[in-house]
Write a protein that binds this ligand. Structure first.
Ligand code: ADE
Length: 288
C-alpha cells in the first residue's frame, strides 16, 4: 500500500506515522508514505495557496490550481490517477467496512483541507471519496488522514504480526471486544474471572462470546443488527431477560416500574439507551 498525503503540514504527518505497528510495517516495506506539500505548487510569487472566498464571508479558501497541480504531478510520477480521499466533516462517516475496502487499493491519496475549505471545482475534478471521521469539526484533515491510514493499514496483509487479531477484534463481526486480563491473577482485591484460569478452551471461548454480546447490547445495541446470532448466543441473551424480568427493568414512568403519585419524582429516570437495549433484547428473544 502506498499512501500519499497532500497537506500544508507535512511534518505533522511524518511525525505521526513512523512509530509503533505502522512504523514497523513501513520499515518492512509493506507500506510507503509520501507527503506532498501543497505549498510547493503555489502559482504565486509569495508561495501562498489561499485566497478570499468569492461572495464574502469569514476565512480563506484553498485555491484550486495548487491542489490540482500537486495531484497531477503525483499522477504523472506514478503513471495513473489514483483514488483520492478528501477528508471533510461533510463526508461519509468512516467505518471498519470502509477501511477493509480501501485496503484493497495499491495507491491512496489523502487530501487535507485547511481554512474554510478548498475551491469546489478542484474537488469535483479529482476527489473520488469524501470521508468524515465523525460529527465534529477539526482544524484540518491531517488527523483524520492519520486515523484512516492507521485503520486501513491494519487490514493490509502482513501488517499485524498475528493476522487473526485483526479478524477477532471489535467490529469485524460488529461485536465489541470481550474484556482482557493478565497477571497478576488478583489485582487490588479483584480476581480474574475463574473461567479464564480453567484451561478449558471451549468454555473460555463461550465466555468471551457472551461478554462481547453483553457489552454490545449494553453500550452499542445498534451494532447487534448486523450480527448473526446462533442458538447459543440467543440462549445467553434470553438468560439475561430471565435474570432481569421485564417488569422489573426500570423503563418509562407510568409503566409497571413506577406507579407513584402524579408529579412525584420518578425513581427510574428514563434513558433512551435502556429502552433501546430492552427493545433489542425482546426482539431477539421473540425470534428465538
Ligand atoms: N476535517 C475537519 N473535521 C473533520 C472530520 N470530522 N472528519 C474529516 N475531516 C475533517
Amino acid at each position: 500500500m502506498n499512501y500519499y498525503v497532500m497537506t500544508l503540514f507535512p511534518e505533522m504527518i511524518e511525525n505521526g506515522m513512523h512509530t509503533s505497528i505502522i512504523g514497523r510495517a513501513m520499515a518492512k516495506g509493506l507500506l510507503t508514505l509520501q507527503t506532498i506539500n501543497i505549498r510547493d505548487f503555489s502559482t504565486r510569487g509569495d508561495g501562498r495557496i489561499d485566497d478570499y472566498p468569492y461572495g464574502g464571508g469569514a476565512g480563506m479558501v484553498m485555491q484550486a490550481e495548487p491542489v490540482y497541480r500537486a495531484y497531477t504531478d503525483l499522477a504523472a510520477r506514478i503513471g495513473h490517477r489514483p483514488r483520492l480521499v478528501y477528508l471533510t466533516p461533510q463526508g461519509k462517516t468512516f467505518t471498519q467496512q470502509m477501511a477493509k475496502e480501501l485496503a484493497l487499493e495499491e495507491d491512496l491519496v489523502f487530501l487535507c483541507g485547511h481554512y474554510e475549505g478548498i475551491d469546489e471545482r478542484v474537488l469535483d475534478e479529482i476527489a473520488t471519496d469524501y470521508i468524515s471521521i465523525g460529527d465534529y469539526v477539526l482544524t484540518g484533515g491531517e488527523l483524520p488522514s492519520m486515523v484512516l491510514m492507521d485503520s486501513i493499514s491494519r487490514m493490509v496483509p502482513g501488517v499485524l504480526s498475528n493476522q487473526e487479531s485483526g479478524e477477532t477484534e471489535s467490529f469485524s463481526g460488529s461485536l465489541l471486544e470481550y474484556p482482557q486480563y493478565s497477571r497478576p491473577e488478583v489485582w487490588h482485591d479483584t480476581a480474574t474471572p475463574p473461567v479464564l484460569m480453567s484451561g478449558h478452551h471451549a468454555n473460555v471461548e463461550r465466555w468471551r462470546r457472551d461478554q462481547s454480546l453483553y457489552r454490545t447490547l449494553k453500550h452499542r445495541p445498534d451494532l447487534l443488527d448486523g450480527v448473526e446470532l446462533d442458538k447459543k448466543d440467543r440462549q445467553f441473551l434470553r438468560g439475561l431477560l430471565e435474570k432481569e424480568p421485564v417488569e422489573q427493568l426500570p423503563l418509562t414512568s407510568g409503566t409497571a416500574a413506577w406507579s407513584g403519585e402524579e408529579g412525584a419524582a420518578d425513581p427510574y429516570p428514563v434513558r433512551d439507551a435502556e429502552q433501546k437495549v430492552l427493545r433489542k433484547l425482546l426482539a431477539i428473544s421473540n425470534k428465538a
